[in-house]
Design a protein around this ligand. Sequence first.
Ligand code: ZN
Length: 260
Amino acid sequence: MVRDEQYGELGKRFEQYLLDGIPALRKAGYNPFEFLRMIKTTGGVHTAKRLLASAGDTSYGFTKLWEKQKLDTSVEFAVCLPWFRELFTEAEVGRAEFRLTEHRFDLSRIDAVPVPAWCAAPTPEPTPEPPAAPTYRQRVEAEEAAQLARPATSTALTTEAVRSAVFRSLVLERAGGRCENPGCGHPDFHVIGRNDMPVVEVDHVHGLGEGGPDHPANMVVLCPNCHAVKTRGRDAEVAELRKLLAGIARQRHEAAMTGA
Ligand SMILES: [Zn+2]
């Protein structure tokens, strides 16, 4: 006898589906012993194909099920389930659908059958974590590399022009937009100005004009008051402040580089 080996795992699942439906048929008052015998001898898929190919428009069993309003337990119904369709030809599925609709069966009930776990769509790949925002260190290193890669002509421009916007914003972020002078008389000064940027100065402790580098390790954020003192204060005070701020700039930069 020809069994369903060539239909593999799916064939076995289809047969099991038919067998699982038999208690419901019996409960409905139809004992499908011939159907069961066919399944046992030729396999579930072959049984379905034979029933679909039978000369009569419908099998005895189909008529019985129709009478009992149990067409959703018919072989025709099983053949139409999307996850079993590949076992059958288009003509076979078409024939099954035709028999069902001919008996006023609502085919949308097929779509209402829950997809069995074994053919549920594979769980989608977990969406990858969005790439982490670059760290202070990564941004500093990227900007240093970019500066090295820049054509030499830019060094001929004025110092104003070569100030790095990246370093400026890194230093602003590092300071939280607040004055970094530990002796600041207005530590709470935090006014937001144009472009939603804090009204503060990003100061080069050792000025670019005197050879100080345009680098976060030489940059601090100062409130307008402290900045004015550093720029126009008395020499002794300025020297003291510069020394203090040089240490602050270095410390803050190193701490940010290590992520501390
Ligand atoms: Zn200040």
